[in-house]
Structure formats: C-alpha cells, structure tokens
Design a protein around this ligand. Structure first.
Ligand code: SF4
Ligand code: SF4
Length: 258
C-alpha cells in the first residue's frame, strides 16, 4: 500500500504521542491496533481467530528440554548466535522472578521458584509495540499474531521501548556471519533492524505447528483461544495458569501452566 509523505508523518507523530502517553500512564490504553491482511496462505494453512500458546512449565525439567525448542526456533528463523549483550533472542529461558515480576511472594513454593521459564513475544491482544511503530513495520494479523515486515523497519527501536516484556532484539551488527547454516526458506535480517518471535506464521501457513511446539513434544500447546472446544481452552479450564505482567492490560497470548 502506498502512503503519501503527509500520511507517513501523521502516523509517525501519532505513534510518538502514543508512546509518551503509555509511558506516562505506566501502562496502556485499549486504542485500536493496526490490522493488516493475513500473511499469504496456502490451502494447508492452519487457521485461528486468536492463536495462543500454553506452556506446561512442569514438564521442562532439563536443559535439553529447553535447548530442543530454542534450537528449533533458531534454525527455522536464521537466528544468529552473537555472544554477549547484542545477542538476538526469539525464545529464551529465565528465572521465575524475572518472568513473573508481579506474581511473587515470600511464601511461594520453592519448587516453582526454582523452575526456569520460557520467554518470547506474547503476541498481545493490545500490543503497545504496534501502536508506537512509526512505519507500521510491526502490525497485528487477523489471527492475533503480531508480525514484522523487516523491510519497513527503520531501526528507531520505539517498539523495543514500547514492549514491556523485552521480547524484541536489535541487530547492532550484521547478523549473517553469525548464522550457523542459512535456512533458505526464511529471510535473513540486516544491521539496524528489530526482530522477535513471529509465532511461526510461515509454518502455520504451510500447515505446520510452530517449530518450538513441534520440538517440545507435548510440553507446549498451540491453538485457537477463541474456540471453546480447542485444546488450549480446555487446558486453561483444567489448569492453573499465569501470564506475564497481566496488570498492564496487553492481554498476552502466551500462558504458563504452573
Ligand atoms: S510481547 Fe512485546 S513485542 Fe510481543 S506483542 Fe506484546 S508488546 Fe509487542
Ligand atoms: S513460535 Fe516459532 S518463532 Fe515463536 S518461539 Fe516458537 S519457534 Fe520461535
């Protein structure tokens, strides 16, 4: 879609104003997020009105359990291995107190606090990252997935400031020399571009579940949150789950069975 310069500047100024308002409020309002037409699908495409993920944290008991998912994601998406602070992360693990910053107390079960938890983009229903992007390089699909168009990203990093979950990484250097083996089916990125988990939209459109879900062998579930008969809805009914930072009102699409 072509936009005039005037339209572009209007979007940019609204986005900056939106970011300021959100930061000032310490949270976010429920203004409409930009919605673009769905990724181009083929006949096999898996469809949902609202994709969601349910991670059974009780089942992740070893380093290998986590590594299998992280490696599957990294391989599928040409994620470079850049050691140090400029690391690119789509899915990673962290401690309880970093994952659930507002859901802890001194009487918490030690076993739960000692577990590690996956972190990734939450594909929020009300994604602040979408509202603050001045070029609409990040946008929400009709399926609820928060996607990115790397070619539109100008590297301003407003989306990184807007995301309260630290789910986005910035390419401070050219990532391509750090990719072990390039997957020709997925684009590589370049210096100056932001990236994050895309809920494997390219795999869903080819009829496959996300790479981490496949590698987790039953420890991560994926399905349609809007369908009361879906597996994810049944799991949410039957188990106690947490989401990250619920008080912010972003409505994360990633749930953790505790
Ligand atoms: S987790 Fe962050 S990057 Fe992902 S949709 Fe929510 S605000 Fe955006
Ligand atoms: S859903 Fe896909 S992109 Fe997101 S963490 Fe899992 S494998 Fe990576």
């Amino acid at each position: 879609m072509k936009r005039s310069r005037r339209q572009f500047l209007k979007v940019a100024s609204l986005s900056v104003a939106g970011l300021g308002a959100q930061l000032a409020a310490g949270g976010m309002t429920k203004a409409a997020a930009a919605v673009k037409p769905s990724y181009k699908e083929d006949a096999l495409a898996l469809k949902a009105k609202r994709w969601a993920m349910v991670i059974d944290t009780r089942e992740f008991t070893s380093k290998e359990d986590f590594d299998a998912c992280i490696n599957a994601c990294n391989t599928a998406h040409n994620i470079p291995h850049i050691p140090g602070k400029t690391e690119i992360k789509w899915i990673w693990k962290d401690a309880y107190e970093h994952t659930f910053t507002d859901t802890t107390n001194k009487y918490q079960s030690k076993e739960i606090e000692d577990r590690e938890y996956f972190m990734l983009c939450n594909h929020c229903e009300n994604p602040p990252c979408v509202r603050v992007c001045p070029t609409q390089a990040t946008y929400k699909l009709e399926s609820g997935i928060v996607a990115m168009d790397y070619h539109r990203c100008i590297g301003c990093r407003f989306c990184m400031a807007g995301c309260p979950f630290g789910a986005r990484s910035f390419n401070f250097t050219d990532p391509r020399p750090y990719i072990k083996e390039v997957n020709p089916k997925f684009p590589t990125r370049m210096i100056g571009v932001v990236e994050k988990c895309n809920f494997c939209v390219e795999r869903l459109d080819a009829g496959k579940l996300p790479a981490c879900v496949e590698a987790a062998q039953g420890k991560i579930h994926f399905g349609d949150l809007s369908d009361p008969e879906s597996e994810v809805r049944k799991l949410l009914e039957e188990n106690f789950t947490l989401r990250r930072k619920p008080s912010l009102g972003t409505e994360p699409g990633v749930f953790y069975i505790i």
